[in-house]
Design a protein around this ligand. Sequence first.
Ligand code: V47
Ligand code: SF4
Length: 359
Amino acid sequence: MTNLFPLIRSKIETGVRLTDADALALFASDDLLAIGQLAAQANRRQHGDKVYFNINRHINYTNICVNRCTFCAFSKEEGENGSYTMMLEEILRKAAEAQAAGATELHMVGGLHPDLPFDFYLEMLAAIAADAPNLHIKAFTAVEIDYFARITGQSIETVIAELKLAGLGSMPGGGAEILGARVRGIICPEKISGERWLEVTALAHRAGLKSNATMLFGHIESAVDRVDHLHKLRALQDQTHGFQAFIPLAFQPDNTKIAGAKGPGGIDALKTLAISRLYLDNFAHIKAYWVMLGLKIAQVALAFGVNDLDGTVIEEKIGHDAGAASPQALSKEQLCALIREAGKVPVERDTLYNELKVY
Ligand code: V47
Ligand code: SF4
């Protein structure tokens, strides 16, 4: 390790914010255990031994998308083999099943559909809210919110106000990918810019919605791109305090079109999670999304600064279409066992991190 390390250690121990140069030095280091130990220490100070999970279900209402992000194996063109759009009845049936199974959250995202009107989404929210009032609806990335504004000619503020009125509870963190323009121009040239993603997210936070932030890693991005991404998220969080969790998403390469990109190895994934914990001092939660990381790395991540394992998930499509080898769903018992085996205390939470049950 470089001689920067004692300085970084003392910053973490005394609560001094890491600089971008510190984060880059950590990425350049091979001392995974030292980085993990520091991240675990920072996490323990905030959360003790608690590890959060929730009981949730994913509903991807359509995979038809006008964008063609090169890392995405989920999206299809209209009329293409395998393309689909769910009918409202099907969505309501899935929501009712989730509620009956004890879920507290629906995670709903989809492609940017060329023809579905904004009313489809408002009706979907209102119908779920009426049918399954106990479910928190976490839906629509900043990319979708921007698209709704474009297809309706309305402002982001109006779109968000209408979605909230119809039943939107919070937003997931997708669409952030890598916020810097160089990488974005290669992996998702048609997607809104990183600046726009931050702007829409800031407006959502100002409208009272909480959201998460993700980072798609392990493709063509460099450590500098990752640190720039973290820097932008930390700066926005200083202003809005609207982010709940940071979720590094391990790139899954199957059926995608990024030449040569294989996804991160286990060392890189653990280091990235740990550095995120250390650098994002204003984020309460770092989530290991087991769908993309795999169960074993997600579990080991609990010793590297992570305090959230996401949820039961059920019917995830985006990662699995790209070859994720993880199961389609986990039971509450499986999640609790993974957490206990790591010497931690499983805590079921709701979407807004209210504690529902300590196991
Ligand atoms: O934005 C797409 C990513 C995201 C691939 O907020 C891929 O609680 C890996 O944002 N390999 C959607 N990742 C998923 C997402 C998410 C997941 C879980 C929890 C939360 C939350 C948010 O999935 C997309 C994109 O970054 N993605 N393709 C792929 N091949
Ligand atoms: Fe469309 Fe989202 Fe896939 Fe990009 S990542 S192609 S915006 S569904």
